[in-house]
Design a protein around this ligand. Sequence first.
Ligand SMILES: [Zn+2]
Length: 212
Amino acid sequence: MVDDCYDPLAQAADLFCKEDMDLDTIESSIGKILEAIGEDKDREGLLRTPHRVAKSYAELLAGYRMDPKALINNAVFDVAYDAMVIVRDIEFSSMCEHHMLPFIGRAHVAYIPSDKVIGLSKIPRIVDLFSKRLQVQERMTTQIAEFINVVLQPQGVAVVVEGLHMCMMLRGVKKQDARMTTSAMLGAFRDDYSTRMEFLDNISRGANSLHI
Ligand SMILES: [Zn+2]
């Protein structure tokens, strides 16, 4: 659990601080779902399914309880550098909060430092912090941008997320290729057209279309 939930970093991470995930209740609920489907939950293949699902939820929804301080772990450095830093094609997987089905894709993140930079490997961890939850892609995109804004107080932050949503691909309208793109632009990326275009040009260069 996170030690200090009132820390500004923890607040920006929008955590569930009160309790650990109740895996026993998830497990017994999945058993009930199997019965409701009409399955024999005691047949061999399903015997440990409730336990496996509970364990996989603990992993897929771990973002609510990731300690943002441990995640940043002294990787913010004072550096006199004020050009754009871009990390593109960060793979993520998340769960849509409307259907509890996965959506997967990639995130592209950029910032322009004021005087602080963050270790590059930390940016994918920040994407995990917000993707490993029940999410809508729009909110996830904004949360990533705002969190980086709090951590680095940069001149600007930009986040573009491209996602493929199983709930659209497998059910309902069954659009196999419907790719959703969301963006959040803060500071210089919002205010300055050429800055924004530099980022968007960079992430579209040599980009492959998203597929499974
Ligand atoms: Zn959905």
